[in-house]
Design a protein around this ligand. Structure first.
Ligand SMILES: O=C(O)CCC(=O)/C=C/C=C(\O)C(=O)O
Length: 286
């Protein structure tokens, strides 16, 4: 039986020099498999690889994968940044620097929300380095055709960056998931602690938005360049990035399929962790 992994035991740092990036990156590294799965977190205040994927790491390591959770610049224990261009491209360049440092030629990528946007940017810039893609609630196939943008969830997220209070955090997280009764005081507190530990990250996100409100440009016109197998996973009740933007990804990519969970918000990997883990592991293996 595999022992439960901890954030502290898997925590690592690396200095990265990649183009205009010269920064220290934090990541978690677990397992020793021949194939590696990189997991990329979303853009909420206090997000991190571990916060987003703590219900998934064990299952992937137990299935024989090495799992790397990269904390993007501007989140968690990675260096601060003000991003005035495409944050998807910035994250993709950072990931390239990390993979070069780890001497990993090819990886599978699981991206949550902003992580999905960044995974698509990485696949477009480094096509030979991606095995399979799993995109959950993200990928930037363009704006929703049905839901006013920015969505209710994104407005709450930006409000929380501007005023990082427990009240605003609860408002955002209640919209995050389908079943808000699954959110515990312990989870709120952990997220609040993460957020307030790095006020510089919060301030920098607000400055980045002021400099460039379109941090995640539409990659829709280039989706057809992506040939690798892609599994698109969405929550029917996603109030951050609406379901129809997921359909556009399946429409655009050469080799994509989609699974929609009902009774599921923006965090499928957490709300439906067991089924998510089984489905993604099956997709990676076949
Ligand atoms: O603005 C977008 O399109 C992306 C929004 C996003 O990444 C939100 C993610 C939130 C989390 O996953 C989180 O805070 O844990």
């Amino acid at each position: 039986m595999t022992a439960t992994l901890t954030e502290a035991a898997t925590s690592r740092f690396m200095r990265i020099s990649e183009g205009d990036i010269d920064a220290q990156i934090h990541y978690n590294d677990a397992g020793e498999g021949a194939e590696t799965v990189v997991m990329l977190h979303g853009s909420g205040p206090g997000a991190s690889g571990w916060a987003n994927f703590h219900r998934n790491v064990d299952a992937f390591v137990a299935a024989g994968y090495r799992v790397v959770l990269m904390d993007c610049l501007g989140w968690s224990k990675s260096d601060p940044v003000v991003c005035t261009g495409s944050r998807s491209d910035l994250n993709a360049r950072t990931l390239k620097g990390l993979l070069d440092g780890l001497k990993l030629d090819k990886v599978h990528i699981v991206g949550n929300s902003m992580g999905g946007h960044s995974a698509v940017a990485f696949a477009l810039a480094n096509p030979a380095r991606v095995g399979k893609l799993v995109l959950m609630g993200g990928g930037t196939g363009g704006p929703s055709q049905f839901v006013p943008m920015p969505t209710e969830g994104i407005k709450l997220l930006q409000g929380l960056y501007r005023e990082p209070t427990i009240e605003n955090l609860k408002k955002m997280m209640n919209v995050f998931v389908f079943d808000a009764s699954s959110l515990t005081e312990e989870l709120f507190q952990a997220r609040l602690d993460n957020m307030l530990a790095r006020r510089d990250h919060l301030d920098n996100f607000v400055k980045s938005l002021a400099a460039n409100p379109k941090q995640f440009p539409d990659q829709g016109p280039r989706l057809g360049e992506i040939p690798v197998p892609a599994l698109v996973i969405w929550g029917r009740d996603d109030r951050f990035v609406p379901l129809d933007t997921g359909l556009r990804l399946v429409w655009g990519m050469q080799n994509a399929e989609m699974h929609i969970f009902n009774r599921c918000g923006h965090w499928a990997q957490w709300e439906h962790a067991d089924k998510f883990n089984r489905m993604v592991l099956d997709f990676l293996a076949h």
